[in-house]
Design a protein around this ligand. Sequence first.
Ligand code: ADP
Ligand code: ADP
Length: 231
Amino acid sequence: NRIIEARGITRIYPGGTVANDGVSLTVNEGEVHAVVGENGAGKSTLMKILFGIEKPDEGTLVVDGQEARFDGPKDAIDRGVGMVFQHFSLVPSFSVYENVVLGSEPAAGVRFDRAAAIKRVRELSEQFRLRVDPEAQTRALPVGQQQRVEILKALYREAKILILDEPTAVLAPQEVEELFTAIRSLVKQGRTVIFIAHKLPEVLAISDRITVMRAGKTVGEVASSEVTEPE
Ligand code: ADP
Ligand code: ADP
């Protein structure tokens, strides 16, 4: 079951850089899909298009059977797409759960139920093995836990498709292991994970399929099981 089907995506930035040049991407529901390629290959641009924060000049994108409208992240979030950027946008002075619920507050006049929010964040944290104390202060957290807060934020908004932009780049080796544990838990429970990566051993360790980009184009797609790691 194809949950993402992008065809002929072209994105030319003001100034003329052709960041995506007729890109195609197919992602199956419930898989870990790695997008790899050199710096400048167009990976981030493609992910931003999936999340609705960049608009393609050409091409079509179908997410979970529906044609994307490319009118901002709200539309993407409503369709179950969540994104974790390389640079987090957490409020350091907020607690973990406050950061998770930020942006999902109830409508005006509806009381915010603090205890229920903490409980929900704790449940999600346990369900997906994203270990972090909901009541901890965000500013004191190691980077791996800050990343978990970002993932929890997407899950709190009921994301089914999680896009992670180079999630391992900022992590210590132990944190990478813990992230992979969480990713396995996510896909086991029906979520789809798309991540941008650089290191082949990491890609082979966690992904089901790999899309390779080069100079704005998708140049191939392969199952991880078909790749032999170089000596
Ligand atoms: P990657 O994620 O693979 O490193 P990007 O999608 O970030 O690739 O970038 C693809 C190309 O588009 C690069 O040449 C980059 O400099 C350029 N680019 C990315 N974002 C912008 C932007 N906002 N404005 C202009 N050029 C951009
Ligand atoms: P990332 O790989 O996380 O996108 P970058 O350092 O490549 O990180 O880009 C940081 C920001 O700058 C992004 O929002 C990207 O779109 C933008 N950017 C990248 N390249 C260019 C460029 N050549 N001109 C303008 N903006 C760019």
